[in-house]
Design a protein around this ligand. Structure first.
Ligand code: WQD
Length: 345
């Protein structure tokens, strides 16, 4: 089986991608420093697929450690790079932590990929590079706007580093610009694991519904949208995971048309915060305690993807709707309440 390195593979999107890689006959190898994830996820992946992926605890900013990993695994056929810090708010308060971790880890990875015979890279980028697009839906040709957070800036810088490196180093790369990944694997055995108080909407919804949080705050109801709340393109995490396998196969089959390709990975449909809340309540039967507050600084008013390029070139399209995303997110929150992530859980 072809070995695929998944950096950050015990994280939210990484773990779901490891499941899809195994289902597609690949041998994923996970490296993760566990700074924002739990090694227990490896066992839970095994419960889903029947195969425990190789996992090594490793900090990608430690170049000698990463080099010795690549010496040991010189048969890697492709790399999917998730490992990065991703909390927008934290990045504003601690920019150097974000620039150091997110950029140095990428630089080390690109240097180590030199050792490989097959240099195929799928990079986890983000729609934050667009800021507030001038036109919607937003296409890959839309201008990249000045980042509103150091986190978003690390994604822009990373895309530029990859763009400038690929031809010199004979690397093939595909950057996937995620919109808003939500939900959890249909088994309810893996999902989003926010540490502390969730920044993101859906884990806050499910933690409020389960009673871990007293009330959901809706940040702003005076936006120029159909109901005054912000609009996002929420995409089911397993659909997003599948897009990574499709992108990887595109390069393994040498079907990519440029050495660095960029694709929007969204559903093409935008939903407001109130749409999300209504979908959750309708799907789960749980009434949510929520209230409006002021806008959250830095929030984009509305953004959703033009997915024509991914549909056409990758032959990939998101399948699941908002109700499924909410139902799976709720199922995972209920799994967490059983103590599955505690030792011996
Ligand atoms: C969605 C909407 C909030 C929480 C960020 C990053 C992006 C990606 C996903 C990493 C907004 C509103 C939220 C709450 C609320 N992260 N909201 N109450 O900000 O679109 O994207 O997370 O890859 O890169 O930028 O996602 O889930 O935080 O917010 O009203 O308690 O929900 O104002 O309109 P966001 P989000």
């Amino acid at each position: 089986m072809r070995k695929i390195l998944v950096t950050g593979g015990t994280g939210y999107i990484g773990s779901h991608t490891v499941v899809e890689l195994q289902k597609s006959g690949f041998e994923p190898v996970i490296i993760d420093n566990l700074s924002n994830s739990n090694a227990k996820i490896v066992d839970l992946i095994a419960r889903i697929t029947g195969r425990k992926p190789l996992f090594e605890k490793l900090d990608m900013c430690d170049l000698p450690a990463l080099q010795s990993f690549f010496e040991k695994h010189d048969d890697i056929a492709g790399v999917i790079h998730f490992a990065a810090y991703k909390a927008v708010g934290e990045s504003v308060n601690n920019p150097l932590k974000y620039y150091r971790n997110n950029i140095v880890s990428l630089l080390n990875l690109l240097q180590c990929m030199e050792m490989l015979q097959h240099k195929n890279l799928v990079f986890s980028s983000s729609c934050t590079v667009y800021g507030q697009p001038d036109n919607l839906p937003v296409t890959e040709l839309a201008p990249v706007k000045p980042a509103i957070s150091p986190y978003g800036n690390t994604k822009q810088i990373a895309e530029e580093i990859i763009r400038d490196t690929v031809s010199q180093q004979d690397i093939m790369a595909i950057s996937l610009r995620y919109f808003n990944p939500i939900g959890a694997h249909e088994s309810g055995l893996i999902g989003e694991l926010p540490l502390g108080v969730p920044d993101n909407l859906v884990p806050y919804i499910t933690q409020t519904a389960i009673g871990k949080r007293e009330k959901l705050t809706v940040f702003g109801n005076d936006y120029d949208t159909h109901d005054g709340t912000c609009i996002r393109d929420y995409i089911y995490v397993s659909d997003l995971a599948k897009a990574h396998v499709v992108a990887l196969n595109r390069m393994l089959d040498e079907k990519n048309e440029q050495s660095h390709e960029i694709f929007n990975v969204g559903t093409g449909t935008g939903y407001s915060v109130l749409d999300a809340i209504n979908s959750f309540e309708k799907t789960t039967g749980v009434n949510l305690n929520w209230a409006f507050s002021d806008r959250r600084p830095g929030d984009v008013e509305q953004v959703w993807a033009d997915t024509t390029l991914a549909n056409l070139k990758l032959g990939w399209k998101a399948e699941k709707d908002l109700d499924v995303m909410m139902a799976t997110a709720w199922k995972w929150e209920q799994t967490l309440a059983t103590g599955i992530m505690e030792a011996g859980g």
